[in-house]
Design a protein. Structure first.
Length: 211
């Protein structure tokens, strides 16, 4: 086992701390070479039993991205119309964040493979929907993608709210045996968000050595 170079470790930590969720983009379209690098970075994430059960659908046509956003808006609007009062009061905010990807030059739909039989048995026995690890494996791959996007000068943002409108994605010829995990909006950033507040380390960790 090799010891990481402290300089490289510091540089990597700087990347972690400077990455932001970018939701506003210029009109410039990332070229295919950069997008290939993002997917290659995702490819090297750890995965459950090294099954690499992920797939990434890349959309760059403004008309298609816009149509998907409109489908999401319509589907969620229908759900909200019949929702209880508490949910309905938050409807406009939900619609806003669910369709932000419409402004992105590139949209990536990250998908995870449906759990195999043993995974379904584990989920059933444990009651934990993540017991099989397929969705978590894809989430780790997306984190690699986000970090590579930042290093390459791109902005990106993960979105899960659009997936609440499941019917909006039925028009797509999605790969058999896969389920959507999240969307990633990608492009050249038109904003430089301020650093988000983070909880202190002592508030998110507990050490159990002496228990």
């Amino acid at each position: 086992m090799t010891t990481a170079d402290p300089f490289n470790a510091d540089a990597f930590f700087k990347v972690l701390r400077s990455r932001r969720s970018v939701r506003a983009f210029t009109d410039r379209q990332p070229d295919r070479t950069l997008l290939d690098r993002l997917i290659e970075a995702a490819q090297w994430a750890p995965s459950n039993h090294n099954r690499q059960g992920w797939k990434f659908l890349v959309f760059q046509a403004p008309s298609q991205i816009g149509a998907l956003a409109e489908n999401v808006r319509q589907a969620l609007s229908e759900h909200l119309a019949s929702a209880n009062r508490l949910l309905a009061t938050q409807g406009q905010e939900l619609l806003h964040f669910s369709t932000l990807f419409a402004q992105a030059p590139t949209m990536i739909l990250a998908m995870h493979k449906k759990s195999p039989a043993v995974g379904k048995a584990l989920v059933s026995a444990s009651g934990n929907r993540y017991a099989s690890g397929e969705a978590l494996s894809t989430a780790m791959a997306v984190q690699n993608l986000l970090l590579m996007a930042h290093v390459l000068g791109l902005g990106a943002c993960v979105m899960t709210a659009p997936l609440l409108a499941s019917s909006a994605w039925e028009s797509l010829d999605l790969p058999a045996g896969f389920e959507p995990t999240c969307l990633v909006a990608v492009g050249y950033p038109a904003e430089n968000p301020a650093p988000p507040r983070r909880k202190a380390v002592e508030h998110i960790v507990e050490f159990f050595e002496n228990r």
